[in-house]
Design a protein around this ligand. Sequence first.
Ligand SMILES: Nc1ncnc2c1ncn2[C@@H]1O[C@H](COP(=O)(O)OP(=O)(O)O)[C@@H](O)[C@H]1O
Ligand SMILES: Nc1nc2c(ncn2[C@H]2C[C@H](O)[C@@H](COP(=O)(O)O)O2)c(=O)[nH]1
Length: 229
Amino acid sequence: MTVIVLSGPIGAGKSSLTSILAKYLGTKPFYESVDNNPVLPLFYADPKKYAFLLQVFFLNTRFRSIKDALTDDNNVLDRSIYEDALFFQMNADIGRATKEEVDTYYELLNNMMGELKHMPKKNPDLLVHIKVSYDTMIKRIQKRGRPYEQLSYDATLEDYYKRLLRYYKPWYEKYDYSPKMEIDGDKLDFMTDDHAREVVLDQIVAKLKEMGKLPESWDKSTNIQIEEQ
Ligand SMILES: Nc1ncnc2c1ncn2[C@@H]1O[C@H](COP(=O)(O)OP(=O)(O)O)[C@@H](O)[C@H]1O
Ligand SMILES: Nc1nc2c(ncn2[C@H]2C[C@H](O)[C@@H](COP(=O)(O)O)O2)c(=O)[nH]1
């Protein structure tokens, strides 16, 4: 049983790589609740009012996903509970949560992380982090086209996105729930460039092999079919 979690800023390519990896390795993908998330558009319209509610929504779905992933078979998760506090802390730091909300959030998170310690499998096997620059992040956000994420919707998003990128470096360095590796999301256009996709998959497979964690179901002859998002 192999559990891989992906991480990275908004638009880095996590959902895309989750789908590619799941098909390549023959594992089950877990996606973030985005298009079926009723709080996300409310948050972008009024971040201060909805930051806490949105975080509780994400935390709850991430808790369910990681529990399922850790009890299930081979899985790939598009962002996970390990990244949750990065977002909430950043929003709290810019005044979008009260002290009571922050305290309640961390109590809830600590309770949930405590529950995970009782799972038969306690941690993922590998974190794959997609590193991107601000320019790449914005290009991908534009390409995906969710209206409320565009700079034209709210000019303060530029600061928000730049701040988010700054929070990722220490977060990645500190992450120690599993072995980890970084993918260069600026250079490796794994959505449109076959060679780049092969490079990324080879890097991940090499890491899994080195750890003795390649899923048994994996077969290199698997046909990879990529669907544009
Ligand atoms: N490496 C890449 N090269 C080029 N385009 C990409 C790459 N990764 C993602 N994209 C495109 O960028 C957009 C955002 O990707 P997505 O997978 O939704 O990111 P995330 O899940 O990290 O927010 C999508 O339109 C996707 O097709
Ligand atoms: N305030 C928070 N926003 C979050 C969190 N996780 C995701 N998001 C937002 C960012 C994007 O607009 C959208 C989807 O994220 P992707 O990285 O998958 O594009 O949801 C969070 O924990 N808090």
